[in-house]
Design a protein around this ligand. Structure first.
Ligand code: NAD
Ligand code: ZN
Length: 355
């Protein structure tokens, strides 16, 4: 992975220097959603002016629906009207929605211009802004149309998280916990010891959690950029169950991270059933998951009351499935995950859901 990554406060102050290092002209289209424009447009515009950038700000509604062809088409038009050409770059300031949409228009506009990611949610800082997957949605499925388009620069400022609603923080923390479980046992120790501080964004705990997550994602993506060796697939730990749950909630009632959290509980049970991890490790993971204030009532409504067969059927239509059976990312032990390539008996999957 070749993206330059800056993690500090204020990271945006580095943009001028980094553009000089990259040999890029100081001409940028800055994409925000309504919320991130309200919060960050003023200070970012001031920084860009100070550094001598020419820039145009584009603002889209703060909604998953903005990841659409219609919206990309509108943005291409606005860029062409302003005579943006290949010497420009796109800067995406926001959560995964703005990051994915900004990356998508950058990858396709005039056959591709560079993108800079300025993630402002915990999920974007630790996950979606890193690794170069960019996409829009199709009515037939989420993230169906897209590219691998690595950002040239990722500017992460943990201070931007201060305005983030609690539910978004815990949604992002679910992915942070995922990194600890799949790659780094000592990170789980750190999370267990400092969960209160991390979840209330106390420095330096939150900064450390962001850094360790970024390192984990970079490591996996560097070794398996295009998802060919199966390593990148371990990032799907908890996601096969989670996607099914999200789908059952019509992508509305539950945040992605909440669904993944429940999915990780199921995947942990399945790992134990397959005979990998000990019951002590599984209990430790469950105790950590219990610390999250996830909406148990909603989960019960959308998941536990649904027949396990329906959940499994939903998993089968997941795009991450290859071949005829569902492949799960499972744990060998805490800090070590792998892609289970063999078929898993339906009874075992049902056990994991019901446990
Ligand atoms: P999001 O972008 O919808 O942001 C969540 C909400 O928080 C939005 O209303 C946003 O306006 C608001 N917000 C953003 N920053 C804020 C801040 N600092 N303070 C207050 N409010 C703020 O959601 P998300 O969870 O960041 O991203 C979800 C998207 O990411 C999905 O579309 C998903 O498909 C995508 N995703 C992509 C990848 C990838 O590898 N490309 C990985 C995971 C998820
Ligand atoms: Zn995820």
């Amino acid at each position: 992975m070749s993206s330059k990554i800056v993690i500090e406060t204020p990271a945006i102050a580095k943009i001028g220097n980094k553009f000089a290092e990259l040999g890029r002209q100081k001409k940028v289209v800055v994409l925000y959603d309504k919320n991130t424009a309200g919060l960050f447009e003023k200070s970012i515009s001031e920084q860009l002016e100070k550094d001598g950038f020419i820039f145009h700000n584009l603002i889209v509604p703060a909604s998953e629906a903005s990841k659409s062809f219609r919206m990309a088409y509108r943005l291409y038009g606005e860029m062409l009207e302003r005579e943006v050409d290949r010497s420009w770059s796109v800067v995406a300031v926001g959560g995964g929605v703005v990051g994915d949409l900004g990356g998508f228009i950058a990858a396709s506009f005039m056959r591709g211009v560079p993108v800079v990611q300025v993630p402002t949610t915990l999920l974007a800082m630790t996950d979606s802004a890193i690794g170069g997957k960019v996409a829009i949605n199709h009515p037939m499925g989420k993230n169906m149309i897209g590219f691998f388009h690595e950002p040239v620069l990722i500017l992460i400022d943990p201070n931007y998280l201060r305005t983030l609603p609690n539910r978004e923080i815990f949604g992002g923390l679910a992915e942070v916990l995922k990194y600890a479980l799949i790659l780094d046992g000592s990170f789980l120790d750190f999370m267990e010891d400092n969960f209160q501080e991390i979840s209330t964004l106390v420095s330096p705990y939150i900064d450390e959690a962001v850094k360790r997550s970024v390192n984990a994602k970079v490591k996996v993506v560097t070794e398996d950029f295009r998802e060919t060796t199966g390593l990148r697939a371990i990032l799907n730990f908890g996601h096969t169950f989670g996607h099914s749950l999200e789908k059952l909630s019509n992508y509305k009632a539950l945040r992605h991270g909440e669904a993944v959290l429940v999915g990780m509980a199921c995947a942990t049970q399945l790992s134990m059933k397959i005979g990998n991890i000990s019951s002590e490790d599984a209990e430790r993971i469950c105790a950590m998951i219990q610390k999250f204030p996830y909406p148990k009532r909603l989960i019960k409504k959308y998941f536990l009351d649904v027949a396990p067969e329906t959940i499994i059927e939903n998993m089968r239509s997941d795009k991450k499935k290859e071949g005829k059976h569902i492949r799960f990312a499972l744990l060998k032990r805490i800090g070590n995950a792998y892609l289970h390539r063999e078929e898993i008996a339906k009874e075992d999957i049902i056990f994991a859901i019901e446990a």
